[in-house]
Design a protein around this ligand. Sequence first.
Ligand code: LLP
Length: 427
Amino acid sequence: MNLLNNTHDGACVEGVALTAVAAQFGTPCYVYSRAALTDAHASYQTALAGRNARICYAVKANSNLAILNVFARLGAGFDIVSGGELARVIAAGGDPAKVVFSGVGKSRAEMRQALLAGIHCFNVESASELELLNTVAGETGRRAPIALRVNPNVDPKTHPYISTGLKTSKFGVAFASARDLYRRARTLPHLDIRGIACHIGSQLLDPQPAADAAGRVLELVDSLAAEGIDLQHIDLGGGMGIRYHAETVLPTADYLAPLLARLAGRKEMLLFEPGRSLVGNAGLLLTRVEVLKPGEEKNFAVVDAAMNDLARPALYDAFHEIVKVGAGGTASAGIAANMGTASETRTYEIVGPICESGDFLGHDRELALAEGDLLAILSAGAYGMAMSSNYNTRPRAAEVMVDGDQAHLIRRREEVAQLFALESVLP
Ligand code: LLP
């Protein structure tokens, strides 16, 4: 589903005009669509219909309580990577019994917290973690349900920063040592072996690597069964990509088809940990053009959002489509004259106000801009707000969720005083 639709009120998310959102809540502002979240979730449900499967939304992609709550109401489980994310899931009404806990460096305190909450499974990523979890479970008087996250050494063909299934990666346990670790786990008194997990990377467009990884995981599952180690679930991680620009993106069912074909007839429950594909295209970042600044080689449009709000362009050189969704009206005549008429299309660098050249949101965008115009930075629902910071003492953006013709504020814009409220000067 397209997040933006054009009506006589201008660009809308569901039934709400973005100019109205900007007027009510200010900019920069993240805007999400409940219908788009629901649609994305439904595409997984449809693809997995008739299977014993669970969707565990990867909280890291966007951890706002309202987003988690939408997925909890749809019956989803959650993939977490910290005690903080577990607290959010519970605060949002999520069921801890449907939570899997991933991550290479879980602390004792986080293990204890998750044991007491009664999560579904710990995805264990090292031999040391296995031993520590057994100890903490003993101390806590609980048994720890575990899966080993194995590293199938499959090239996911994506950005190196978000490839996680290669031998060189810090994630998971090497395939070659997994069998011995399961044997070890079987001897530890406070662990229950539940399943196996793998996650090979993110923004995957080719379905083959995930299917290949599943194939490798199945070989291991079967050889474990042969020695009496029976697994109840297979967790295939997340990673399905979304359309940011001109990528060809398969519908969820087509992306999952080769993988599901390999898993036909299996008795184990299947878990998936999608993040980006559930929220990425369900959100945009609304921002206003502050200043148009002609340069000798480049024209700059300085907007009120910056790399602290959306780090992906600066961090990964990621492309996000940027469209004009409302005209300004505050353009200063002098600068407008400098830049030609407001409606003239020019090539702009879309940049933020932060004091770094890396603070850009888009390069070489053909847009007809005037100061005060509203822009929407698309596909910003995943790893946008979740990776935001307060760099340059910039309060984090407001977040709004549209549901039909209603716009709900789901996170207030931060205030400057809050940003240093935890700090103190020397006596
Ligand atoms: N499961 C595990 C164990 C993960 O590490 C991840 C993402 C996911 C699930 C969810 O993957 P997804 O379905 O969202 O691809 N900040 C980067 C993405 C980092 C992904 C990290 N792990 C970005 O903005 O592109």
